[in-house]
Design a protein around this ligand. Structure first.
Ligand code: FAD
Ligand code: FES
Length: 277
């Protein structure tokens, strides 16, 4: 398929039935549906999910299979995500996508750091990357044990000898007590990594970026901004010179250096006004 035809097809709204709903944590559910287009997505790409009569929201792709099955993990934070959480198997939703760029698939010694629903694209990446890596360390953070997402799936994906899973919780109810960034400095002091991949709260990613700079390790981070069109037209997702939907959501350390005054510090609200993160 020609590139322009691919983009037109991706942006066309398709309706699909929800095929399964799983409760992952008190605030997060995993929804699976069939969509041929998004089933071709690469780790890091996102889709726009339309909840009829409510809204359309951006969601990272958690899993995409050759048989057309696509999964997303959704935290209930407001109107659209709340309405989605009330949906049952068999109900209709709309899908556009996949959109945006994706993580580069690097072999070697890899460090992954994720927090909250940011674990979704990182876990998708880990599944594709694990067989190619010499070493893979996955640091997964959450506020509490209950909110540590995808622990079973992560243990399955990272079951090999070359892989290590480190969990952190802010209240110390599981794993290391503290933020996901807590074990990083020690890891980076002791071991050499070829690449760091990160997705999660932006202040967390900023700390990961600062440490990657300090230790001279390449980094890719997946960012979130308010999104409406998802195809680079409306400008609601800007960070500095970039549109997150089109130039991202995955950014390299080189790109992030150019938006250092905003990355992890501020974003724009629905009125386009800059607000602190
Ligand atoms: C590329 C990308 C990938 C994402 N992946 C996931 C994911 O895998 N799982 C997940 O649970 N969430 C993900 N989000 C965030 C998700 O899109 C928002 O939580 C959702 O749009 C909130 O909608 P709402 O109507 O429920 O909340 P609202 O009632 O509108 O607001 C609640 C909060 O959500 C934020 N928000 C509202 N609309 C958007 C929007 N269009 N884009 C970003 N933030 C918004 C607001 O700033 C506010 O803080 C992602 C966002 C982006 C940009
Ligand atoms: S969401 Fe419209 S330009 Fe990015």
């Amino acid at each position: 398929m020609k590139l322009w035809a691919y983009h037109i097809a991706a942006n066309k709204l398709r309706t699909t039935h929800i095929l399964s709903v799983e409760t992952e944590s008190p605030t997060v559910k995993i929804f699976t549906f069939k969509d041929k287009q998004c089933a071709r997505a690469k780790p890091g790409q996102f889709l726009m999910l339309w909840i009829p009569s409510v809204d359309e929201i951006p969601l990272s792709i958690l899993d995409a299979k050759e048989n057309g099955m696509v999964s997303v993990a959704v935290r209930n934070v407001g109107e659209a995500t709340g309405a989605f959480h009330n949906k049952r198997v068999g109900e209709l939703v709309g899908v556009r996508g996949p959109f945006g760029n994706y993580f580069t698939l690097k072999g070697g010694r890899i460090l992954m750091v994720s927090g909250g629903t940011g674990t979704a694209p990182i876990l998708f990446l880990a599944e594709r990357l694990a067989p190619k890596t010499a070493k893979l360390v996955f640091v997964l953070g959450a506020k509490t044990r209950e909110e540590l997402l995808f622990m079973n799936k992560s243990k399955r994906t990272l079951g090999g000898e070359k892989t290590q899973l480190i969990a952190t919780t802010e209240d110390g109810s599981y794993g290391i007590k503290g933020l996901a960034t807590k074990p990083l400095e020690r890891l980076l002091e002791r071991e050499r990594f070829d690449m760091i991949y990160t997705c999660g709260p932006e202040q967390m990613m900023r700390k990961v970026f600062d440490l990657a700079e300090k230790y001279g390790v390449a980094l890719e981070a997946s960012l979130e901004r308010l999104m409406r069109c998802a195809i680079g037209l409306c400008g609601s997702c800007v960070i500095g010179r970039y549109r997150v939907c089109k130039d991202g959501p995955v950014f390299t350390a080189k790109q992030l250096r150019k938006v250092k005054s905003e990355f992890g510090i501020s974003k724009r609200n629905f009125n386009g006004r800059k607000i602190s993160l």
